[in-house]
Design a protein around this ligand. Structure first.
Ligand SMILES: Nc1ncnc2c1ncn2[C@@H]1O[C@H](COP(=O)(O)OP(=O)(O)O)[C@@H](O)[C@H]1O
Ligand SMILES: [Mg+2]
Length: 243
């Protein structure tokens, strides 16, 4: 099976890209899927997350550091598409980095984690533009979701921001991820929130629901075939995209 490709992107740092990429990948891996996380951020947070796992319980997905590939990340990823069921690309935060564009060219789904607050939503305008450009030029079937992360739904500002998110131009994922210590703990021990058991019941329920939602979204995606054709042509006739 050719891997479905999910790019986690937002030019703002600290919105939860790595947390989302690792938690989603780990959850898919725990369910028996073959998953590769592509760590496309030179900060290497995804790589460190997996490296924190003890030998006895390795992180349930492979992680490969490909940040050096820069604008050619799509070509590197292409080499792995027949070996995995899912490839999740953790993009760097820099607005001017060519990596998100390269990742989105071959992605079935873009996930944009956003903290529900006005400045965080304004900061996501850049990635919305990149998604629009990629759809226009090369990957018209690219699907995308804003993911409300670190939600504190009991605050008025968060409630208002969640409402404003609905009009942002990228649909909002139904499942919201709340601000929970369990996500930080999972990074520290190199696993997913599932390992924390009943202490992390809320996090486990929401990440399982989120994973189900992602699986339903990409079940019918046709993007990989389109992108693979583009990339094959690119290989045969030289680069057609410089981004
Ligand atoms: N839902 C959440 N609840 C609590 N802490 C979170 C949550 N999501 C992310 N964090 C924390 O916020 C910080 C930034 O998250 P990270 O995933 O590294 O963001 P990014 O990759 O976008 O820079 C980290 O310390 C992470 O543990
Ligand atoms: Mg990160």
């Amino acid at each position: 099976m050719t891997a479905k490709i999910i790019a986690v992107a937002n030019q703002k740092g600290g919105t939860g890209k790595t947390t989302l990429a690792m938690t989603l990948s780990g959850t898919l891996g725990r369910r028996g899927h073959r998953v590769l996380v592509v760590d496309a951020d030179p900060q290497g947070s995804a790589t460190r997350w997996a490296a924190s796992a003890p030998d006895s319980t390795p992180f349930p997905a492979a992680v490969s550091g490909l940040s050096a590939a820069g604008a050619k990340v799509h070509r590197e990823v292409k080499k792995y598409v027949e070996d995995y069921d899912f490839i999740v690309i953790d993009c760097p935060p820099a607005a001017d980095s060519p990596v998100p564009m390269s990742a989105l060219m071959i992605a079935d789904l873009a996930l944009v984690p956003v903290i529900p607050s006005p400045p965080d939503l304004w900061a996501a305008v850049g990635i919305r533009q990149v998604i629009a450009n990629v759809r226009e030029s090369i990957n018209e079937n690219l699907d995308a979701r804003l993911v409300a992360n670190m939600c504190q739904t009991n605050t008025e500002v968060a409630r208002e921001a969640l409402e404003v998110m609905q009009d942002f131009g990228i649909p909002v994922a139904q499942t919201k991820l709340h601000h929970r210590t369990a996500y930080r703990q999972a990074a520290a021990f190199g696993g997913t929130v599932h390992a924390l058991g009943s202490k992390a019941a809320g996090a486990i329920v929401e990440i399982d629901e989120f994973t189900d939602e992602v699986l339903a979204l990409i079940a019918t995606s046709r993007v990989t075939a389109v992108a693979t054709t583009i990339l094959t042509e690119e290989t045969n006739h030289g680069p057609t995209v410089d981004a």
